[in-house]
Design a protein around this ligand. Sequence first.
Ligand code: NAD
Length: 492
Amino acid sequence: MTAPHEQLTTRDEEAIDVNTPSTWWRSTALIGGRWRECPQTCDVENPATGEVVGRAAVATAADADDAVVAAQAAGQVWAASTAAQRAAALGQLAERLRGRRDELVAATVAEVGAPVTVAEQSHVDLAIEIIDSFARIAAETPLREQVGNSILVRRPAGVVAAITPWNYPIYQLAAKVGAALAAGCTVVVKPAELTPLGTYLFCDAVLDTDLPAGAVNLVPGRGSVIGPALIEHPGVAVVSFTGSTTVGRQVGAQAGRLVKRACLELGGKSASVVLGDADLDAAVRGTVAAAMLNTGQTCSAWTRLLVPRARYEEAVALAAECADALVVGDPTSRGTDLGPLASKAQLIAVRTMVDDAVARGARVAAGGTAPVKGLAGGHFHRPTVLADVDRGDPITRDEVFGPVLVVESHDGDDEAVALANATEYGLAGAVWSADEERAVDVALRMDTGQVDVNGAPFNPLAPFGGWKASGLGRELGRIGFDECVEWTAVQI
Ligand code: NAD
């Protein structure tokens, strides 16, 4: 039988239009509320086709310096704003983003390769929801509290350098900009080289609000140039970085040397733990869906499925069936489940990790590294399920960042917890059980930042971030807001 992902999707009637509009051809940085022309630019490619769909500026370290100075100047005004003013401006920003939803979705499909339904729900709508949530947090969080004979005051930390990755560019931007503006901070944004277009559109929306000029500045360009320029700048108080653990370690070391706060959201290798009494069907289906979301390019993806030994073969067969049923193809089509990976380099990295695991003895239960038929030109990879890997094999420990799920067996709750914790990461996870108390007990023995019981939904008010090599600090909600706050205690 031909798996649906070999039947391909062609552009269907409901497919969205990603013909490149003029707003995707940029050559500017945004500094102090004005667009500044940059002599150098780079092309932005559609990973589904390889076509150039837009262009972005390659700003310099000097542009980054000027952006920080502009953010400091705007900070003089914004730090003095009231909670109500911050809430109103964020509410206005959410409105402006809502007005640009279609543009933001199209840019996300075109530059990330995210399937349109994923771009809508998990990228753009979630980003707008997060900005809305920070409007509420700005309104509700007390800026002064009395503790004994102290007045504790939440004060804006200063300029936040927001460095974002390519996998969820708009969502990550919203998490960083929302928290910073809510706390009275101003921002300099550095998007990933692969995905600057949505960030430009987000900044267009910012310029359409009453926020002071320079509250949000944009310096697209090379991470190795703009990143260090921002981190080293004495005017930057907080570095909010999302990306790989490798670069995160450098960012943390650089910030640490300067005794500067670094909030690091890094990689993951999260386990979905199925306990003996769980509904196996729901657990496997939920895990495959989470592992493959955004074509597996999700830091918090559950990429390890840990099932009771007695049900191992059943779980492998079911996971393979779910993966085979996913449609890989044109991300503009509403019938598509998985688009391309974001770049050729990412495709090669994923293929290499899968091929290496197979060479060490892994069984390919679904997918594999053969090209997806009919999809030449794009960076497509089949949804893949691997089984029969050795305990501690690199594929059970290292982040793949592609549509690859590994199924492992366990001999009870204690071993499942030990296996789940046996990675250097600790970002997310799942527990499945008919007994909620037992599931929560297991969840609380997992050394990880977020655990979902029985497929519970994502909560944008809960702190998001990792233990161990998955990072430092948290984003979202009140705790994310506090990453942009400095405290002063006044004793009376
Ligand atoms: P990356 O580390 O290559 O790049 C992230 C950002 O850092 C980009 O904007 C890049 O230009 C910039 N950068 C590169 N070199 C830099 C330097 N020396 N100093 C400062 N900035 C620099 O990561 P990526 O490949 O864009 O993203 C994928 C990774 O991000 C994955 O490992 C994924 O798990 C992780 N991620 C984590 C989270 C989370 O919340 N924990 C969310 C999304 C992605």
